[in-house]
Design a protein around this ligand. Sequence first.
Ligand code: GLA
Length: 353
Amino acid sequence: MNNTTFESHFGHPAQAAATAHGRVNLIGEHTDYCGGLVLPTLINQKIMVQISLRSDFQINGFSSEFGSQIATISEVASDSWLRFVDGAISLMNEHGANIEGINIHTHSDIPAGAGVSSSAAFEIALLRALCDVTNISLDPKTMALLGQRIEHEFIGTKCGIMDQMAVSIAEFGQGLLLNCQTLETEAVPIPEDCCVAVIHSGSSRKLSNSLYNERLSETIEAANQMGCENLSQASFTDLNKLSDEILIKRSHHVISENQRVMAARDALLANDVISLGTLMTESHLSLRDDYEVSSDELDHLVSLAISQGAYGARLTGAGFGGCIIALMHEDAADEIINAILDNAPKAWLVDSF
Ligand code: GLA
């Protein structure tokens, strides 16, 4: 670990450091807050957090990406990146940490606003570093739930649990099948002779918070009208109980997406990348037509990937901009990726594995 930046900024070495990787979701989009199934995995990009303790109730932050800021614990401005730090300290103190201020340096190569969980990675890296410096041990699931509470209580994003669970628990080369109702997980190996390319559309998410919250309310309303606890408890037959076209489309997406996640798990276990690709593309079409969270740029990239020979492709993350993932044979990967990028001048390759 390179301590030079921390030391030259703060005048002493860091007491603890931790990293966390971003994630992409292979399939299972907008199902987590409906008690449904998701299948994310890690990307190579990561954030590093270095900290030392203070005792004057100050948070002194220095970020290669977000700049320098200083604030008092519990009095951090709502638009400051130190909100994440304040949230992590407050929740760790609930677990007996007794933190009275920190110096913090962060450095990240996870693109922000791209749908690859830069925020969840920050939360988990922070919690890992704070656990280390306070000698508190939290299991990865508890850490994920704390990360989600930082979003809900300190940032104001009513996200599901997928991102924090993926970042905290997933391993390279394996999809993490997660039941977001029970938080049960199963590691599902990704076949070695395929390649997943993560390609940024060149436009970051637009209006994502308000549109995300709108989808969340629509799913709650639809579940209520069908008399179900959440949309993952509903069946296609229950759709007859709905009269609003929008609610029918949203529910159709969630019910069908849960089925696609289970089918994708089976395809992965059977090394059946062709079926997996088809399921990914079906997921994209459902997100485009029923859930209405795609964009022209994302649709264009998905079409390009398929026409260039990918097994399948879909938007990943919340949508409204950000990234697609495309599944392809590893021998054809360079050619397919270059052809996609040649035909979409604003797009760029975030990762491939
Ligand atoms: C964002 C949220 C997740 C999930 C996805 C959509 O990444 O943070 O909880 O809802 O969107 O699948």
